[in-house]
Ligand binder design. Structure first.
Ligand code: TRP
Length: 330
């Protein structure tokens, strides 16, 4: 496929620092696979981070830690620009224009934001936080992204992006595509504290992509398994056990054997966890090796960001010039 016919994908994450295995299965794995077939842009949503915290003291380090995990996971910065939203001022310009194309009541009906307000117990939402999806629309449409790989929780934001694109196009001129969400397949990975809870750093139940074999083994040792399997020889129920889910994801070849051993009682939880930990660490080894190289040369990460930002900026400026032409601004 030549460059011209490739579709553009815009993916982004808020900079939360080092990534965990839930980020891998929910997003990053997909991004890495998609970069073969599409034109990718990988955005660090550092302005979006301000919607829920004004403490910026760790923003830079969190950005670097996250970008290193992207690179260690296989994002190729030569093919796909990696950049910070805050370094490209066109995001703020387009955000302002888009903010005129959507009503306050429409934004107040957005279920993702409603949920966040409830979970974080926010009493009075800021103007900027309410506009979260408007900024996300600017992120996507500045690069004329046709596809957005997201989890289910982001679908309502992509819907708002589509509405804004339509509104712009019908008011002035056909400048924007109406982007489609691209749902990720294996969206949810349970955390270390139980099969019904999502892995998340703030819950303290995460296996980090940067965890070495010792840390992985130690974290798994404490994880709960089937409560009905008390002694080694008791039969277990793999389908209620989160360790089995990890086997399915990171040790697929051994799954039939693990299931059989668990159900018959021949395989005890201690051994099962050891095997699971070994498989996870084997999977992580190349990531950790690549991470080490970037840690030894932090200037490379800065360089990758500067280069990605220069390339992203060029595209963003082209789009803004089409926007101004369509609107007859200036
Ligand atoms: N809202 C996304 C998240 O919380 C992050 C994000 C910001 C994003 N801008 C984006 C995702 C553009 C996709 C496209 O994960």
């Amino acid at each position: 496929m030549n460059q011209q016919s490739k579709k553009t994908i815009l993916s982004g994450m808020r900079p939360t620092g080092k990534l965990h295995l839930g980020h891998w299965t929910g997003a990053l794995e997909n991004w890495v696979a998609l970069q073969e077939e599409y034109h990718n842009y990988h955005l660090v949503a550092d302005y979006h981070a301000l919607t829920t915290s004004l403490d910026t003291s760790e923003l830079h380090q969190n950005t670097i830690d996250m970008v290193v995990d992207w690179l260690a996971g296989g994002i190729d910065p030569a093919r796909s620009p990696v950049f910070r939203q805050s370094q490209i001022k066109e995001h703020t310009e387009l955000h302002l224009i888009f903010s005129m194309l959507i009503t306050k009541s429409r934004l107040e009906r957005n279920p993702s934001i409603k949920e966040q307000v409830r979970d974080l117990e926010i009493e009075h939402i800021t103007y900027g936080h309410l506009g979260y999806p408007v900024l996300q629309a600017a992120d996507i449409l500045l690069y004329r992204g046709a596809l957005v790989p997201v989890g289910e929780d982001q679908l309502s934001h992509v819907e708002i992006t589509r509405e804004i694109a339509r509104r712009f196009n019908t008011t002035w001129d056909e400048v924007f595509p109406e982007p489609e969400p691209k749902l990720t397949r294996f969206a949810r990975l349970p955390g270390l504290d139980g099969k019904d809870k999502k892995m998340s750093k703030s819950m303290g139940n995460a296996l980090l992509m940067s965890d070495g074999p010792e840390e992985v083994a130690q974290k798994l040792r404490k994880a709960p398994t089937d409560v009905k399997k008390v002694r080694r020889n008791d039969p277990g129920r793999p389908d209620v056990c989160l360790i089995f889910t990890y086997h399915e994801k990171f040790n697929p070849d051994a799954v039939p054997e693990v299931r059989e051993g668990c159900e018959s009682g021949a395989l005890g939880c201690v051994d099962c966890k050891k095997r699971c930990g070994a498989a996870i660490s084997e999977f992580l080894a190349p990531h950790i090796e690549r991470r080490r190289q970037y840690e030894e040369h932090p200037e490379r990460v800065e360089e990758i960001l500067r280069d990605g930002e220069a390339r992203a900026r060029t595209t963003a400026q082209e789009t803004m010039s089409a926007v101004r032409d369509a609107m007859k601004l200036g």
